[in-house]
Design a protein around this ligand. Structure first.
Ligand SMILES: Nc1ncnc2c1ncn2[C@@H]1O[C@H](COP(=O)(O)OP(=O)(O)O)[C@@H](O)[C@H]1O
Ligand SMILES: [Mg+2]
Length: 259
């Protein structure tokens, strides 16, 4: 049975000084209840283009989207419709060309890069199609890495990583290196790495695309359990109709807009 990872990941003091977006000030000042009900992440009128042959190609043309605590939203759409682009914007990895991004009440696009990096480190967990585990590190070291980046001593980070690996059914694989593990096991390690810091927002880009149907179902069951257990919000991009059943809500993106 999974229980809250409760890694005591705390925001560094510098995060407490953010200037909050005006539209969120009212709800924040309404107190704790309002904070519990406000979206973990919200975008409003988000626009993004890429340049191709000197011309602007608009990929997102004014997208509105939000995700609440404890909610698992599945984002679908044709290949090239901008799903990964939207996920990268939500993850503060890509700067939009217009619109607002608010994570946990903070207006991200107005923040300097160093503070955006703190939001990524402390509030967001990422899961990728190809796992993106570090090959030379063991499962335990991979999972411990986000805690080490937060400054936790290595021994304590490893201890917590080992506990979490046991909870995702990989207690016997702590010292295994990713190249010796099955794709399904690798994705479970990646899931553990994504949640070890107890993030408020989990972003997954096609997390089952490299897995067979059994391992895909296992990964989604685990992701859902981790989301429900921790109260985090999850946004899962997928092409895979089999995983729609895991959604609390589905959104479809096409022609640069959410349908
Ligand atoms: N860095 C980039 N430079 C130029 N074009 C890009 C870049 N990243 C993505 N694109 C293009 O933008 C479109 C949307 O990409 P993406 O968000 O990856 O779509 P999806 O994840 O829905 O398949 C695609 O046509 C893609 O080729
Ligand atoms: Mg994509």
């Amino acid at each position: 049975m999974l229980s809250s990872t409760n890694t005591s990941a705390r925001l560094p003091p510098s995060l407490g000084d953010f200037t909050l977006n005006a539209s969120f000030n009212a709800s924040l000042s309404a107190g704790h209840d309002a904070a519990a009900h406000r979206p973990v992440a919200a975008v409003k009128g988000i626009r993004k283009y890429y340049e191709l042959g000197g011309e602007k190609r608009w990929i997102l043309r004014g997208v509105d989207f939000h995700v609440q605590p404890g909610e698992c939203v599945i984002l679908s759409g044709p290949s090239g419709s901008g799903k990964s682009t939207l996920l990268s914007i939500l993850g503060c990895l890509l700067t939009p060309d217009g619109g607002e991004l608010i994570i946990d009440g903070r207006a991200v696009e107005k923040l300097p890069p160093a503070q955006q990096a703190l939001i990524r480190r402390d509030l967001i967990g990422f899961i990728f199609q190809r796992f993106q585990l570090i090959r030379g590190l063991s499962a335990e070291e991979n999972v411990a890495l986000p805690l080490a980046l937060q400054g936790l001593p290595a021994a304590e980070a490893k201890r917590r990583a080992g506990e979490l690996l046991a909870r995702v059914g990989l207690g016997d694989h702590r010292r295994a290196i990713p190249t010796r593990m099955s794709p399904g096991q690798c994705q479970r390690v990646a899931l553990a790495r994504a949640v070890i810091t107890n993030p408020k927002l989990i972003l997954a880009d096609e997390p089952t695309a490299a897995l067979d149907s059994h391992a895909g179902a296992e990964a989604m069951n685990l992701l859902r359990a981790l989301v429900k257990d921790s109260g985090a919000a999850a946004v899962v991009v997928t092409h895979d109709p089999r995983i729609l059943e895991y959604a609390d809500r589905q959104c479809h993106i096409e022609n640069g807009l959410l349908q």
